[in-house]
Design a protein around this ligand. Structure first.
Ligand code: DC
Length: 230
């Protein structure tokens, strides 16, 4: 008799403020462990892009909620890269502008927007072993995650990393302005009433201010292996 082997799905939640290195680290760790990497910020960004295109005021809960029924967001993976589809259009690159970053942070404060995007995130973890990064993964999206990591770094270091990233993309920005925007997003993300950014009580904290990428990655993989018993 064939006994169906039920593969254990492991879920890893990585939360933290913008620019702490969550996505690069989560992507690299997922590759190493052969897990699916889910960037949940990209989902909020995609919703925000739609709001901007439709000229809705991101701060208006009413205007943004009214547009939700028009939005169909899906994710596909090509060569391990998560691609975002907005009503069938590939917007993977378009959601990376500073304008969309700021709008996403504002739009994400509205409970109807969060509720609309929640199920989609949970379903990913039902189907795959995942490393999911965001702001409320360990607290709200996957409260039963096997491993929770809260990644931080000083706001100066995070703004510097963002500055470098934009430089490399050929879209230079003034550092002081980026630092202000980093702090503004921190405020938006952690002061909001709905699912604010905060560490889950059982999260392992990792501060990457003083450590480089390779060391951060090694520590994350070590935490995951230990906590998930791999
Ligand atoms: O991680 P990111 O910078 O791409 O996220 C963009 C915005 O989306 C962020 O400022 C807050 C919001 N967000 C959220 O509220 N909850 C998540 N799980 C992920 C992102």
């Amino acid at each position: 008799m064939e006994i169906e082997k039920k593969e254990r799905k492991i879920s890893v939640a990585i939360d933290g403020p913008s620019g702490a290195g969550k996505s690069t680290l989560a992507r690299a760790a997922a590759k190493e462990l052969d897990f699916l990497y889910v960037d949940t910020g990209a989902i909020y960004r995609t919703a925000a892009l739609y709001m901007l295109r439709r000229k809705a005021a991101p701060e208006s809960a009413g205007e943004t909620a009214a547009l939700l029924p028009e939005i169909d967001i899906s994710m596909t993976y090509s060569g391990g890269i998560q691609r975002m589809l907005l009503n069938g259009e590939d917007v993977t690159d378009r959601i990376r502008t500073q304008e969309v970053s700021m709008a996403a942070s504002v739009v994400a404060a509205h409970p109807p927007v969060r509720a609309f995007l929640l199920e989609m995130q949970r379903n990913m973890a039902k189907e795959h072993s995942v490393i999911m990064d965001g702001r409320d993964i360990g607290t709200v999206v996957l409260p039963e995650a096997d491993v929770k990591i809260f990644l931080t770094a000083s706001s100066e270091v995070r703004a510097r990393r963002r500055w470098l990233e934009l430089e490399q993309r050929g879209t230079s920005r003034e550092f002081a302005q980026l630092l202000r925007e980093t702090r503004e997003r921190d405020e938006n993300d952690s002061r909001r009433a709905a699912s604010p950014l905060r560490p889950a009580p059982d999260a392992v904290a990792l501060d990457t201010t003083e450590i480089d990428f390779q060391e951060s990655l090694a520590r994350i993989i070590q935490i995951i292996r230990e906590r998930a018993g791999l």
